[in-house]
Design a protein around this ligand. Structure first.
Ligand code: MTE
Ligand code: LUZ
Ligand code: MOS
Length: 750
């Protein structure tokens, strides 16, 4: 089934925040944000701005009726700076004007004076100064201290990854409309409607039931709107409450890039020890996460770095420690993979370093150390592993060994063009690592004409979750898809939602929808059973026809719905789902945090122009563990998108803050994401064919985030191509591997 949004997307008719028709009298907001990264606000002069044409009001921290606090995990972030600023781009004041243009013009007339304070941008420096968001955490398995003596090879090093701009096509924004009795409706481009609702209530000092958040769809979120859409929703709600007028704010691209956090940059130290046969016996890593100026989701991201620090490998002795370091950058936040990719890069760097030193290809070490079913992760969960199955299927489908041989031959006969290949196995845990967040609800109505409406807590952001919700209802009821409408995500219909994140939205909301549909179906069958004088178990609905005892009756779906209504049987159900069996004890760092894991193996090959340092990716070939995909078009699309986004992070997307904490890559002219010309020549996604039982919706494993990590192979493929040109090259384990870095490495001397 194709994505239900594809027709309106293609025609430009799909409704995003900025397409919502505005009410008469709507006012427009624009944020005045800090031009410096750290300091005390000495004075603010709004006189000229307030007198500017069409300016309605200027709002500061002093106007906030409730709590000036938006921190979710740690209460450490003001909505509007009161006395101090902590990052360039921190909101200080909100200008409300009768037009978008007037609001932005007035910003330029605000005069502010600061007493600057020292700026930290480097996480290691923050750690030295004890600027930590939360205490460090350590995951441990076995005993690394003892294991080193058994290792024949021991290597140490450092590995760094940079941040990543989300670059959702739709920028952040919100539109707040006053309703009667002091309530406010917020249209918000958010992955977390409840987070917007909860925070708006807190800032306004009113109960949550007076805030309605409504989200039709996002033009992309990628994690950037899991927590950080809240600011804009709440600012609009605040302005709406203070003016009693509708207030809208849709950020310009440069405002968005400057004011919002990104993927966390990490710096890490590692030590890896191997046996003479190439078994990894011990691994230690220390991660320095650049959290930015406030916690945001950093503690949860840091946790997932530790969960994924051994990727798809079994290592019997592990000790991994992570520090969440407070710097003066905009608070960094969720981004597809959520700290997992940063953890995986480091183990891959360690393996690559070991392989180069030992003189064998990295893929030989990777393959030798893959997780097997029953192996224990450092956090105590036992693997149900498809790692080897994916690898072997990839070898069969794509001939890893032969590809390596072919590349050797190519490189031997080409002096200034070199090819490189790398393999990337992945293992990604599915569930929010905070166990309580793994819950969802669905509200299903069957109307008297047989049409069906579904509301869930899931937010559509291009990943196709609405299509999957529709498929669940269509399958359970056995009715045509055209009968079913998936409604906007709305906190009045579905309460206390977890954000659409952790790749888990389809599972959690899909299972809730499945339960709701089954409950209605059960009642419908009773209605038919009494009419046809059989037991309910003998009633079946197939393709909209009611069968009794295996025989088609004259009742169709419409008739069934109508008869249920006449008999005063409920055609609605609100269902709740939470996955069984998950738990985690952070005091000992052990448990069973994930409902299941997703596996896969990717092979990426690149061709490097060794004169210019430029490169192309010839192909990406993947065997991916979909379980049993319920929608292969959508799931393949998720793989393709994730892979290209991962390659972008690893190779070309370069976020640059200067030492004053100012974003230099603040526009699309200075920040480059992959376009169709830099996308790989071919991307082949083969499913791993399994039909094992799992906790996924219809056994269709979560697919949103895991494929991003295949992109890590792009870095290592480039590395291998450079080594083919210059075997002694000094190549820093420092992503992204931009063409500049490739060129410098090609001609480096140790
Ligand atoms: N795909 C599109 N097109 N747009 C997005 O914003 N976000 C990704 C992924 N795929 C995203 C996407 C992220 S970060 C997550 S967590 C999942 O979708 C969330 O959706 P799911 O739980 O339904 O997979
Ligand atoms: N968000 C979150 C996430 O709050 N917890 C998670 O574990 C998670 N994982 C991936 C992406 N977002
Ligand atoms: Mo995705 S980073 O869980 O929004």
């Amino acid at each position: 089934m194709k994505n239900i949004d594809s027709y309106t997307h293609l025609r430009g008719e799909s409704v995003y925040l900025d397409d919502i028709p505005v009410w008469n009298g709507t006012l427009y907001a624009a944020v005045f944000d800090s031009p410096i990264a750290h300091g005390v606000i000495r004075s603010l002069d709004f006189r000229a701005a307030a007198a500017a044409p069409d300016v309605y009001r200027i709002i500061t921290a002093a106007d906030i009726p409730g709590d000036n606090q938006i921190g979710g995990i740690v209460p450490d972030e003001e909505l509007l700076a009161s006395t101090h600023v902590h990052f360039c781009g921190m909101p200080i004041a909100l200008v409300i004007a009768r037009s978008d243009e007037a609001a932005r013009a007035a910003l330029k007339k605000i005069i502010v004076e600061f007493d600057p304070l020292p700026v930290i941008t480097d996480p290691r420096e923050a750690k030295e100064k004890n600027e930590l968001i939360i205490p460090p955490r350590t995951f441990q398995l076995g005993d690394t201290a003892k294991a080193w003596s058994q290792c024949v090879h021991i290597f140490e090093g450092r590995a760094d990854t940079n941040g990543q701009e989300h670059l959702y096509i739709e920028t952040q924004g919100a539109y707040a409309v006053p309703q009667e009795h002091g309530t406010i409706r917020i249209y918000s481009s958010t992955q977390g409607p409840t987070a917007v609702q909860r925070t708006a209530a807190r800032v306004l000092g009113i109960p949550m039931n007076k805030i309605e958040v409504d989200t039709t769809r996002l033009g992309g979120g990628f994690g950037g709107k899991e927590d950080q859409a809240t600011t804009w929703g709440v600012l609009c709600a605040l302005a709406c409450a203070l003016t009693q007028k509708p207030v809208k704010y849709s950020l310009h691209r440069m405002e968005d890039m400057r004011m919002t956090g990104k993927r966390h940059p990490y710096s890490a130290d590692y030590k890896i020890g191997l046996s003479s046969e190439g078994k990894i016996l011990a691994y230690e890593a220390t991660f320095y996460q650049n959290a930015g100026a406030a916690a945001d989701l950093s503690p949860a991201v840091m946790e997932r770095t530790l969960f994924h620090c051994t990727n798809a490998y079994f290592i019997p002795n592990v000790k991994a420690t992570a520090y969440s370091c407070r710097t003066h950058l905009p608070p960094n936040t969720a981004f597809r993979g959520f700290g997992g990719p940063q953890g995986m890069f480091v183990i891959e760097a360690a393996i690559a370093k070991a392989a180069t030193a030992i003189g064998i290809p990295a893929w030989q070490l990777q393959q030798k150390n893959l997780l097997e079913t029953g192996d224990e992760f450092p956090y105590g969960q036992k693997a149900e592993s498809e790692a080897s199955a994916c690898w072997e299927a990839a070898e069969k489908a794509f001939a890893i060994k032969q590809t390596a041989e072919d590349i050797k031959v190519f490189n031997a006969s080409n002096a200034f063009t070199k090819k490189g290949m790398a393999v990337m196995p992945i293992c990604f845990g599915i569930s929010f690592t905070k166990t309580l967040m793994n819950q969802a609800r669905s509200l299903v109505h069957v109307y008297t004409d047989g049409s069906i409406g579904i509301s869930t807590g899931a937010v559509e952001m291009g990943q196709g979750v609405n299509t999957k919700m529709l498929q669940v209802a269509a399958t359970v009821f056995s009715v045509d898809a055209s009968r079913i409408r998936v409604n906007s995500t709305n906190t009045y219909r579905i309460a206390n939602t977890s954000p659409t994140a952790a790749s888990a939205a389809a599972d959690l909301n899909g299972k809730a929808t499945e339960i709701a549909c089954h409950a209605i179906l059960h009642r419908l069958k009773q209605v038919a059973a009494s009419h046809f004088s059989v037991t309910p178990e003998l009633i079946e609905i197939k393709n909209e026809t009611v069968y009794a005892n295996g025989v088609a009756t004259e009742w169709d779906w419409n008739k069934l719905a109508g008869m249920a209504y006449i008999q005063r049987v409920s055609l609605s159900e609100h269902a709740h789902y939470t996955p069984p069996g998950i738990h985690y004890d952070a005091t000992v760092e052990k448990g069973h945090p994930f409902a299941y894991h997703v596996y896969g193996t990717a092979i990426i090959t690149t061709t490097v122009d060794c004169i210019r340092g430029t490169y192309t990716f010839d192909s990406v070939k993947v065997v991916h563990d979909f379980g049993t995909s319920m929608n292969t078009l959508i799931d393949t699309g998720q793989c393709e998108g994730g892979i290209v986004q991962g390659i972008g992070w690893m190779t070309m997307e370069e976020i640059v803050y200067d030492s004053n904490g100012k974003l230099r890559s603040n526009a699309l002219s200075t920040y480059k994401v992959p376009d169709i010309y830099s996308a790989p020549g071919e991307i082949i996604i083969e499913p791993l064919k399994t039909d094992k039982d799992n906790l996924a919706i219809f056994r269709s494993k979560a697919v949103g985030e895991p494929p991003l990590m295949y992109g890590i192979a792009a870095y290592f493929a480039l590395r291998n191509a450079i080594l083919a040109f210059h075997p002694g090259a000094d190549i820093p384990y420092d992503a992204p591997m931009t063409p500049e870095k490739v060129l410098m490495s090609l001609y480096s001397t140790k």
